[in-house]
Design a protein around this ligand. Structure first.
Ligand SMILES: *Cc1c(COP(=O)(O)O)cnc(C)c1O
Length: 387
């Protein structure tokens, strides 16, 4: 999804993989246990401790986590689930996978996050769940969603693909919803190449997700790696193949301990961009007030032809000429062809999300970037506005 020339000087979001990750992968290969096993268990325990969540279940993607969370919540045919159009398509696709109907509400133009007031207007007797997305790493108004959930008896499944480090109202993201889903995709703040995790306070829901993630095989079968000799198992549901292998947990274990250092680096880059672009005719989302913590997954600017003098796409093309990648988060989900054709969504329904989708540009952001790469981004952006 990112744009850049063949001679890319600044990739969009390169992973920051250290020697510890590499050594752990080699140790895993040498251990003889490659699929779900002891390293996945250790990663789940370390992740749950980091978040402060009672249960964490490792999966092969955040998408799998969102899907299984909806199923564990009992969402199915006839139900409606409300989410934001300003997200990756997976957030809405899983609602369809669960057999339910996706319903969108608009975002707050000052943050890009799902607006609880807009969600309240979209609630019907069929609404069963809400999937707020912590857009770009900025926590949503979790208290407002909890109030809506209590009032209407809804399940909250947070899409925290961007927000591992986030804190809202003194509470760590991952502890504020019925289910919270994290992504360890290659570009995310913590990566295992591909991977995901669900945190929940419910032991029964965690167990349901664990069983559903591995063919629906019963608990005994799940822990069969611990057994010697022949094992027996029973299938209690037609499950999926969503489990995380130890090879990926090996990377995650050490990415987790690097998170604090990586966030400090992301934060410094964001501040450098803020300072460098202060006089440019671009829009930006409001600052997040401490003690809330922004996970700094994306650095986004809003480039509107009318006020900026050039379009978002012209800026991206000019940056690519300089070898600097950029990306768009996100094209509005309701305007993708499948959503238009199947559900009849049209332009104009969610004006704030649409305006952001049309003007937003994400700049390179990774703890793996050098200072000179950050300066190259700044030079490329400034040069585009000068010409
Ligand atoms: C990356 C992403 C996902 C999907 O994560 P996977 O681990 O690739 O399944 C879901 N939602 C958002 C907002 C994302 O950015």
């Amino acid at each position: 999804m990112s744009t850049a020339t063949a001679t890319e000087l600044v990739p969009f979001s390169p992973p920051d993989i250290g020697g510890a990750e590499i050594a752990e992968v080699i140790a895993t290969l040498e251990s003889g246990w490659l699929s779900t096993g002891p390293r996945v268990r250790r990663f789940e325990e370390a992740f749950a401790a980091y978040i402060g969540a009672p249960h964490a279940v490792a999966l092969n993607s955040c998408t799998a986590g969102l899907h299984l969370s909806l199923l564990a919540a009992g969402v199915g045919p006839g139900d409606e689930v409300i989410t934001t159009p300003l997200t990756f398509c997976a957030t809405a696709n899983v609602i369809i996978h669960a057999g339910a109907t996706p319903v969108f509400a608009d975002v707050d133009p000052s943050t890009g996050n799902l607006d609880p007031a807009s969600v309240a207007q979209a609630i019907t007797p069929r609404t069963r769940a809400i999937i707020p997305v912590h857009y770009g790493g900025r926590p949503v108004d979790v208290a407002a969603f909890q109030t809506l959930a209590r009032r209407h008896q809804l399940t909250i499944v947070e899409d925290a693909a961007h927000c591992i480090e986030g804190v809202a109202g003194g509470r760590k993201i991952g502890t504020t919803a019925d289910f919270t889903c994290f992504s360890f995709y290659a570009t995310k703040n913590l990566t295992t190449g591909e991977g995901g995790m669900v945190t929940t306070a419910s032991a029964a829901a965690a167990e349901n997700i664990r069983v559903a993630s591995l063919h629906g095989m019963s608990k005994d079968a799940w822990s069969r790696y611990q057994h010697l000799g022949a094992t027996r198992y029973d299938v209690v549901m037609p499950g999926f193949k969503y489990n995380m292998p130890d090879l990926q947990a090996a990377i995650g274990l050490h990415q987790l301990t690097a998170l604090g250092e990586h966030l400090a680096r992301r934060d410094a880059t964001c501040r450098r961009y803020d300072e460098a672009f202060v006089n440019l005719p671009i829009g930006r989302f409001a600052d997040l007030a401490a003690p809330d913590v922004h996970a700094r997954h994306l650095y986004t600017i809003l480039v509107d032809q009318r006020t900026s003098g050039l379009s978002r796409d012209e800026l991206a093309a000019a940056m690519a000429e300089c070898g600097v990648a950029s990306s768009i988060h996100f094209p509005a989900v309701h305007l993708h062809r499948y959503y238009v054709e199947r559900f009849g969504f049209s332009r104009g329904q969610f004006p704030h999300a649409e305006r952001i989708a049309d003007t937003v540009l994400s700049l390179p952001l990774s703890p793996a970037h050098t200072d000179s790469q950050v300066e190259a981004v700044i030079s490329a952006v400034k040069a585009a506005f000068r010409s």
